[in-house]
Design a binder for this molecule. Structure first.
Ligand code: FMN
Length: 365
């Protein structure tokens, strides 16, 4: 269960939380128009994305410090994802290392999220470890090179990273240990104030590379054979530049409203980005997905799949692995039911023709 500050850390968003509210409200502006007299025996919601087979067009979004929600954290979530055939995108900011998560659910499919470190050797070490541990794609964190202004966190003064949560991928990395002056992977560093300070200040310094540009993606492309998705894209012209620079997929997302508050819903950015990418790469979507029909709306607007963030963290807080499984099974069953009722058998036949705008439709940015 979550105490107050931990709940606020997960539920909270930037500023007045207008973007977070807009993300969920945006789905209410679209209506699904169904078809009649269909065969309902053959619905198959599975798909393959960037070479990864998936039971549903739903992934677990990368979310750091999941151990705030449950002591088993991302290891429990990885097991739930594997049980349901769902792909987990492991955050860079996890308390377990990427190898520990892979060992927890060896049969599962997983992608690794890279925070592009300012230290090249560290960035390359993280990428190499991910590939060796069986992660099948890399999702570059494009929108979080600095933290958003999050009043709930400031009010409570709760900062999990400063307490040494969420840096499991770093303290297990030989290059990071070298940078932090640790003679061995920093297990037990949280209990030692001197080591904790060395680890956290080093992590803070090397977590992200300043002044990245879309064209820098070509460098990342040269460092790994894994497919690369870029997360956090909302502008069509940036999506196009990233695909031209070697991105294999684009993730339309505003980080669940946790970065820039303003009120532009991520869903309103989806169709313009899909149009700009023009079929050259799949487009994923997150921020505000809560129901099976939300998944349908995003797919009809051009997404190949969606990710969920807070819903799996809440499931984890309530029931550990079983809680995340429950969230995924309910979302999957509702989506499959809705897909069938809308008159489709597969995810990739949904189009804008399945939707009507209700009230004032989103206009993009
Ligand atoms: C507690 C929390 C931690 C998160 N950590 C990360 C992270 O480490 N990297 C990242 O790219 N996104 C992170 N996100 C954002 C999610 O990947 C995702 O974009 C967002 O949660 C989707 O919105 P939703 O919560 O409305 O589903 C985090 C979100 C939450 C709620």
């Amino acid at each position: 269960m979550l105490d107050g500050p931990a709940f606020d850390y997960i539920a909270g968003a930037a500023g007045r939380e207008l973007t977070a509210a807009a993300n969920t409200a945006a789905f209410e502006r679209w209506g699904l128009v169904y078809r009649v007299l269909r065969d309902d025996s053959l619905t198959d919601p599975s798909l393959t994305l960037l070479g990864t087979p998936m039971s549903l067009p739903v992934l677990l979004a990368p979310a750091g410090v999941a151990d705030l929600a449950h002591p088993e954290g991302e290891r429990a979530a990885a097991r739930a994802a594997a049980e349901t055939g769902v792909t987990m995108v492991l955050s860079a900011g996890t308390s377990s290392s990427m190898e520990e998560v892979a060992d927890a659910a060896p049969q599962g499919h997983r992608w690794f999220q890279l925070a592009w470190s300012g230290d090249e050797k560290l960035a390359r070490s993280l990428l190499a470890r991910a590939q060796a541990a069986g992660y099948e794609a890399v999702m570059l964190m494009g929108d979080c090179y600095r933290a958003g202004w999050r009043p709930r966190e400031m009010d409570s003064g709760f900062s999990p990273f400063r307490r040494g949560h969420g840096i499991g991928n770093y303290v297990s990395d030989p290059r990071f240990c070298e940078l932090a002056g640790l003679d061995a992977p920093g297990l037990g560093f949280r209990e030692d104030p001197v080591r904790l300070e060395a680890v956290v200040s080093t992590w803070d310094r090397v977590l992200t590379k300043p002044a990245l540009r879309p064209r820098d993606l070509a460098v990342l492309r040269s460092w790994t054979d894994l497919p690369i998705a870029v997360k956090g894209v909302c502008r069509p012209e940036e999506a196009k530049q990233l695909v031209d620079a070697g991105a294999d997929a684009i993730v339309v997302s505003n980080h669940g409203g946790r970065q820039l508050d303003s009120g532009v819903a991520a869903l309103d950015c989806l169709a313009p980005v899909v149009a700009a990418v023009d079929g050259k790469a799949p487009v994923l979507f997150d921020s505000g997905v809560r129901t099976g029909t939300d998944v349908l709306v995003a797919l009809a607007l051009g997404a190949s799949a969606v990710m969920i963030g807070r819903p799996w963290l809440y499931g984890l807080a309530i029931g550990g692995q079983a809680g995340v499984e429950h969230v995924l099974r309910c979302l999957g069953a509702e989506f499959t039911d809705a897909l069938t009722l809308a008159g489709h058998r597969r995810c990739d036949t949904l189009t804008r023709d399945d939707l009507v705008p209700l009230g004032t439709p989103g206009t993009g940015i």
